[in-house]
Design a protein around this ligand. Sequence first.
Ligand code: IVH
Length: 700
Amino acid sequence: MKRAVAQLFGLCYISFATFLMLFSERLSPMVHESVKQHHARISAEIRRHNRLYYQLDRPEISDAEYDRLFRELQGLETKHPELASADSPVRQVGAPPAGKFSPVRHAVPMLSLRNARDLAEFREFDKSLRQTFLAGVDLLEYACEMKLDGVAVELSYEHGHLVRASTRGDGSVGEDITDNIRTLTGIPHQLKDYPPLLDVRGEVFIDLDDFQRLNRRQQEAGEKTFANPRNAAAGSLRQLDAAVTASRSLRMYCYGVGRGEGLDLPTQLAILKQLQDYGLPVNLTGTSLCLGPDQVAECFNHLLAQRETLGYEIDGMVVKVNDLELQQELGELNRRPRWAIALKFPPRQATTRVESVVLQVGRTGAITPVAHLEPVNISGVTVSRASLHNWDEIARLGLLSGDSVIVERAGDVIPDIVKVLHQRRSGAEQQIPFPEWCPECEAPVSKEENEVVPRCTNSSCPARTIERLKHFVSRGAMNIDGLGEKQLRQLNDLGKVHDCADLYQLGQPDLFAMERMGETLAGKLLQSIADSRTRPLSRLIFALGIRHVGEQTAKLLARSFANLEALAQAEPEELKQLHEIGDKVAESLCDFFRDPLQIDLLQRLRENGVDPQSEAVATQGGPLSGKSVVITGTLQRWSRREAEQRVEHLGGRCASSVSKKTAMVIAGDNAGSKLDKARALGIEILDEQRFAELVEGAQP
Ligand code: IVH
């Protein structure tokens, strides 16, 4: 709330300062001071949004709003050049690295692009280039590329070998994300044919269906979901654990070269073709050559029409002078090339009204506010709901139920409310109170200190029960066909099913009590319930809906424990020995398995024949079978992830720290304290060579 008031105050301040500024030239030097303050204030505001967008993957305003602020600052500096300092956001690119990864200095700085809001602005850009720099040139040749909405990345190849990958950072220094980039299947580790040194630039992004799948997975595991595909790509790329990046299906398209030794090409299009010949992913079909602004306009309109069918998010078209010599001549200004411009698409926005705010109770009890809207069409999609995320978001927007709002679709089907139109208030709008009681079962609500989400405290809340059952039968979990929300609600209302174990006790007479249930359908349903008894252990662990346990974690646990009983008995320390399991997950697992209700549930599942055994049986005969292994130092032959996979293949389990329970330590170069500890504890130590022999010996 405080933040919302501060922002409101900020907005009033900005408008007042703009008013003063308009008259500043005719007024005294004292007023000029307020222009300075206004400049400082917008600069700080933009810096804050840069940090939120580039470092935290948590933008608070839409791209369109950001562009407006940026232009306001640019306008101020044009009018008052004395305000234009070297560190003004106008002359900056992105944000400096957040310190999570090692810094990488780019051999050639990675620049940003200036924007054109519409075709008219592009025509001005074209005209000014020709008039100011290229007198006598009538029609310029442009390479028009899609502007992918993802994360800018540089790949460095030495003698064709991928040696480093980094983010753009502030343009001069980015972050080392080599391990993560190596997990992207579309990026070659070795080029086919290559110059001695090559720094390639491109955009890493995620397909829309992978984005939606990822968010579903995150939600099922009780993890935070991503606001849009760009945030998902950025968040997935900047993971400390490369295995997480590997599970996120990221893609990359290359669009340029930084340092390129021995590369002598005439045009941008020739660069793209060359990169493709090296074996790099390039979006050549999405690139056109245009002569003059009319052709650019045609191309832009065509791309705009194509936008919804692409399967990934683009936010405009990048127009580049095709001739590289001309590019050289034009150079750059304010760390943006003079020879290129981003022709942005209009935001997919519409104005509508919030009819009501409905509170939804999820499986874990999380209560989420959802805005029900007067239906409105945004670029072909009828929108009638918007996610509000939580009460911090409501406060930030200053939203009341009944407000007129601007909604924006950004790559997802569920749009966001980006702005409240306060001036349209009638006075009948109503506060959206933070709930004290669960809207479904009226149990008290709790809110943990560092969380923004209120939760229903009643684990038998009917809304939670239905959500839990829906999750249990869902495709990624036990995959029971024919049991949708409607059927589950009926069975619950009839008193037949309260939890997942009850499903396995259903008989034909129970089903006949349901609407439209004949013999054939009932038979089929009972069969699919029976079939689900043989689902692998990982599916059952995932299906239980334990907080923070998504599909990946469930797979890991299923590989490490013989059955549910063994997992339920595990101590937190034992769980944390597993690589990828941190405090949060270990705690959540222990809470779950100590809850008397869950103990009873697991017991009844077992009694009903749901007791799958570990999938790791196949590797149980391996030379590392059942052993806890720690890898430390740098291995030459494998990345850390690859080595871990090999350990698992040999039947072992990877842990991150050495303890008495560690059976073996694999030590690469520069191994440090973990190796010392292993020596002190007398644990078996293998160097890379001996580990390699073990791996080779086990190969069929
Ligand atoms: S060229 C010197 N081409 O847009 C030119 N950028 O600020 C620099 N982008 O960070 C970029 N698609 O991440 C270029 N086809 C494309 C692009 C593209 C997306 C991104 C890039 C850059 C941002 C512009």
